[in-house]
Design a protein around this ligand. Sequence first.
Ligand code: SF4
Length: 213
Amino acid sequence: MVKQEIRRLIERLGENNIPASYSESGDEARDLVMSMIPEGSTVGFGDSVTLRQIGVVDALDKGNYVFLNPWRPGISFEENVRLKKRALTSDVFVTGTNAVTLDGKIVNVDGLGNRVAAMLFGPDRVIIVVGVNKVVADVEAALDRIRKTAAPLNVRRHPEFEPEPPCGPTGVCTDCSAPWRICNKTVIIERQFSNSRYRPVITVVIVGEELGV
Ligand code: SF4
């Protein structure tokens, strides 16, 4: 993506009252994200390869935060659900996203819905980190990317999805009815309030690297 397109995307997000910034590298993005999270905060986490890749998960694990990570090894199913629920009222929720459109919309599809629920309402602040590979032309292209790229890769990284939805082994979406279908809840964030009562909650950090799935 050329710099001019990224500048235009940041402007379009801004017009939708979604503040956004650009970091050249994952390291730069990690430092920016961590600078936005006050020490002592309760931090919710939408399972994100991007945030693991750039080191945000490590930094939260090691730092002075109440990090609500439901995917920490050894956590029981009951604890996993409890942490996902607590994340809905966290101080800060950090997550990746499936796609961002050039006209400034954030598009996500969830299986359970905990990630999109926290993006929509609850946490005082939501920080969304996205690599340039997930910037697409429009909502149609975003949904296409999710079914053809993100969903098959996400299915494959969850061996507990048994039987595996068909896109895992084949890479092709059949609009399945599998018990572990992960395309259940589609959310398009178009704008945030711009009135005096509610400040914008979501901030987007665009990274000049290919990240996530
Ligand atoms: S609907 Fe089913 S087959 Fe299609 S991408 Fe989602 S999980 Fe995979």
